[in-house]
Design a protein around this ligand. Structure first.
Ligand code: GDP
Length: 424
């Protein structure tokens, strides 16, 4: 083999773009270079050997390389993000969330009841703002020829959900002229208006923003109102029930909390700590392991003893387990036997940090239980608050409340205007 040919082969291997191939190319280049340095006498035999090895490696890896190159060519960045997102979602549906070990709550209710600094939605949403508006602004400051392409990427990674991203992007595309598409202020204004219209469609007009938390509950015309709380473990159900009970008790309502998560002793203990703090009664009959029986008896007790509000806690193991959904459907059905309209409210608690998973959970629970409201917890400190837009757009379930901290008062009514002002 002439030295020119050797160069051609070495060059061919180095030309490959795939990372995998770069490794192989580098290896072969080293081998070829080694051959150059061999004494003339041994070169022919070694050249043949190296050439054969190269052929075998090529035969093995060429199909992979071609497949990788084809994939790179056919999918757009948006497709790739969507594909990654969908893989993540499928994985999350199939893999049970690791059950969180509940930490004992501090026994000093003072520590929970008071706080040095008032938590606000605006403060809670600072990271979401950075992740959303901050990155959109960057897309425009980088002098990109088509900043909207970068905006699309920002939206895809802002936990809004691909369906909603597509509807936001088509709106920008259809309503803006080519020069408007390069103008940050116009894009901002158009995005704000579109997000607000999505939120209005599921949360009602902006007047709803002014409703206090008790006004967001659908109250029974007669007898106790039942509020069923569902959601996966660790989402913040117990904490939220504690906060809500304290709030309602503070407004003079008689509240009964039904400990319907009969599967976990720890959950019942934790709920007891929170009801003690909130100074409301807990219904947790000894030895009853059937959650439907607990819910049924709690509603009966509330009716007999004139409670205003029954908050029913429920189990939250893996939402994709058919059994859990069937169990929850039964809990819901059974309560209606005691009070035909009950439960008057079925609210899901979602951890905002779980981003796209929160959307999936809401969809699954909605299919089974026909949810009437959403509480998004842990909005403080998450960068994934964009999920609010996805839930509103895809499921049209009103967002009732935001959890913005671990303290008993860290619960705020969801305001569409405040949300939009905070993130963009
Ligand atoms: P459950 O399993 O659904 O009942 O979840 P828990 O109520 O036990 O909450 C799980 C964890 O989330 C606890 O450590 C809570 O303190 C925490 N948590 C709940 N709500 C919030 C919130 O709004 N903000 C923050 N930062 N943490 C929260």
């Amino acid at each position: 083999m002439t030295s020119d040919k050797r160069h051609v082969y070495a060059f061919y291997f180095c030309l490959e773009t795939d990372a995998f191939c770069v490794y192989i190319s580098a290896g072969l280049t080293v081998l070829f270079s080694g051959v150059f340095m061999m004494p003339e006498a041994h070169q022919d035999a070694i050249q043949i050997l190296v050439f054969c090895v190269a052929l075998i490696i090529l035969a093995i890896f060429t199909p992979f390389v071609l497949k990788a190159l084809k994939k790179n060519k056919t999918s757009t960045p948006a497709d790739q993000i969507a594909a990654r997102e969908s893989d993540k979602l499928t994985e999350s549906i199939q893999t049970p969330p690791r059950e969180k070990v509940l930490q004992p709550v501090t026994t000093s209710s003072e520590a929970v009841l008071s706080g040095d600094e008032a938590a606000t939605v605006e403060k809670a949403l600072l990271k979401t703002r950075e992740n959303f508006w901050g990155r959109i602004k960057n897309a425009f400051s980088s002098n990109a020829v088509k900043p909207l392409d970068d905006v699309e990427e920002v939206l895809y990674t802002a936990d809004i959900g691909s369906t909603t991203v597509q509807s936001l992007m088509s709106h920008l595309d259809e309503t803006l002229s080519s020069s408007d598409k390069k103008d940050l202020d116009t894009v901002k204004k158009t995005l704000r208006e579109k997000i607000l219209s999505i939120l209005h469609a599921s949360n009602g007009s902006v007047e709803h923003d002014h409703l206090a938390i008790p006004q967001r509950i659908k109250w029974a015309a007669e007898g106790p109102t039942v509020l069923m709380i569902v959601g996966v473990n660790g989402a913040g159900k117990t904490t939220t029930i504690g906060k809500l009970s304290a709030l309602m008790a503070g407004q003079g309502k008689r509240v009964l909390v039904a400990a319907g998560d009969t599967f976990r002793a720890a959950a019942q203990n934790q709920l007891k700590v929170w009801t003690d703090r909130a100074q409301v009664e807990i219904f947790s009959p000894e030895g009853v392991t059937d959650p439907s029986a607990v819910a049924f008896d709690a509603v009966a007790k509330a009716k007999a003893q004139n409670y205003d509000l029954v908050i029913v806690d429920t189990a939250g193991r893996l939402h994709t387990q058919v059994n859990l959904m069937e169990e929850l459907k039964k809990v819901k059905r059974v309560m209606a036997k005691n009070s035909p309209e009950a439960p008057h409210n079925v609210w899901i608690v979602l951890d905002a940090n779980s981003g796209q998973n929160a959307l999936i959970q809401a969809r699954e629970f909605h299919q089974a239980l026909n949810l009437t409201g959403v509480i998004l917890t842990k909005m403080d400190g998450t960068a994934k608050g964009g999920v609010v837009i996805g839930i509103s757009n895809e499921l049209k379930i009103p967002i009732k409340i935001l959890g913005i901290g671990e303290r008993i008062h860290d619960l705020k009514p969801f305001s569409q205007q405040e949300y939009v002002d905070s993130i963009i």
